[in-house]
Design a protein around this ligand. Structure first.
Ligand SMILES: Cc1ncc(COP(=O)(O)O)c(C=O)c1O
Length: 368
């Protein structure tokens, strides 16, 4: 691993920096290394096929107009080629999960031995890193963000032990909305001895550059994005993941054979042709975010709105529970994040359509 940035880390422990080169196989669970994956009927046959009698499907058809009687492509190549074209990353470096949550779970299952290994998360952050760890019986080490919601780099490196396998970084972060400093992430990529999963679910709204172009630079990097946010396809459950060929190979070994259904694959392929529509929504969301922020800041009970590079804002108010209840009574649902560290009395509000935002403002003004 490149150790050139070590001098930048104040107070980091020497013990972490053994200068050992990154070795993927040392991080992978033995049972996964030795796993013979399930081989689907469609994996095993590669020639030209005109009669498919290999998978016990209904050869007569399905009651639906589209042909859903055949199992889908287990590796979703058409969809991956379309994503590769948009993102400028080879299709072979892409893995698609049934939502990002499947990618998180697969990361745990590939790298972490239950009841033995641990991961590091940086609260306040996306809740599934912890829940998925708990489901997999993997210890969660928490190294809180700094009070200005940035990574505590020495704290993270101090928390590493021989069983630390994954560091989860969310940028832009949910629920705070800010980007992590890129230089801090680079220091960690150069020095953290395990896998770093950078969750870029909100990257389309961000001024920050994605890390998906850095896969050759950092063999320990896994980048996650999703079609659930800017792309407007939350119901299809499509989480995207970019990593080295070796890591993608491990994920493919562990995933359920047909984790992405045919309807989702087809509909996503169609949606990916509409980049202009998506880009114009992103612009509108960013404009609405600054409009809503300006209006909310004028209200007496709004104490602070944190700068956001995402499609939501974190709003600190005088009494979050009371405002949450008031909005709920008026059929407006926001997220109360008050129990998260540094988020006392904070509500997370997604940026809606101009009409929804105007309605929110009308209702919220009456609370004042
Ligand atoms: C940071 C972050 N990552 C991932 C997800 C989940 O994405 P998906 O719908 O792809 O499972 C969310 C959803 O809120 C999120 O905030």
């Amino acid at each position: 691993m490149n150790m050139s940035n070590i001098k930048n880390i104040a107070g980091a422990p020497d013990a972490v920096f053994q200068g050992r080169p990154f070795e993927l196989s040392a991080l992978v669970r033995d049972n996964i290394k030795n796993l013979a994956p399930y081989s689907t009927a469609r994996h095993e046959f590669t020639g030209k096929a005109s009669v498919l009698l290999d998978a016990n499907e209904n050869a007569y058809g399905s009651p639906l107009e589209d042909n859903f009687n055949r199992y889908p492509d287990p590796l979703q190549w058409q969809l991956k080629f379309a994503i590769a074209k948009i993102k400028g990353v080879p299709a072979e470096n892409i893995f698609i999960g049934n939502g990002s949550d499947e990618v998180i779970d697969i990361c745990y299952r590939v790298f972490c031995d239950p009841a033995k290994d641990n991961v590091i998360i940086c609260p306040p952050t996306y809740g599934m890193y912890e829940v998925s760890g708990n489901i997999n019986d993997v210890e969660i080490k928490k190294v809180n963000l700094t009070p200005d919601f940035q990574l505590d780099v020495p704290g993270i490196l101090n928390a590493v032990d021989a069983h630390t396998k994954i560091l989860f970084i969310c940028s832009p972060n949910n629920p705070t909305g800010n980007n992590m400093n890129r230089a801090d992430m680079e220091i960690l990529l150069n020095n953290f001895p395990g896998i770093i999963l950078i969750d870029e679910a909100y990257i389309n709204f961000s001024k920050q550059k994605t890390f998906i172009q850095e896969l050759t630079e950092y063999p320990n990097l896994v980048v996650m994005q999703t079609l659930s946010k800017a792309w407007g396809l939350a119901a299809l459950r499509l989480g995207l993941c970019y990593a080295s060929l070796d890591i993608i190979g491990l994920f493919n070994k562990v995933k359920p054979p047909y984790n992405i259904n045919e309807a989702s694959q087809q509909l996503a392929l169609e949606a990916l042709q509409h980049t202009e529509q998506v880009n114009s929504w992103i612009k509108e969301v960013v404009a609405q975010k600054s409009f809503l922020t300006g209006k909310l800041l004028k209200l007496s009970f709004v104490e602070k709105i944190y700068p956001s590079d995402a499609n939501f804002i974190l709003v600190k108010v005088k009494d979050a529970v009371s405002l949450y209840d008031y909005l709920a009574k008026n059929e407006i649902v926001v997220r109360n994040r008050s129990r998260e560290i540094y988020c006392e009395n904070c509500l997370r509000i997604t940026i809606g359509t101009p009409e929804e935002n105007a309605h929110l403002l009308k209702i919220i003004k009456a609370y004042d």
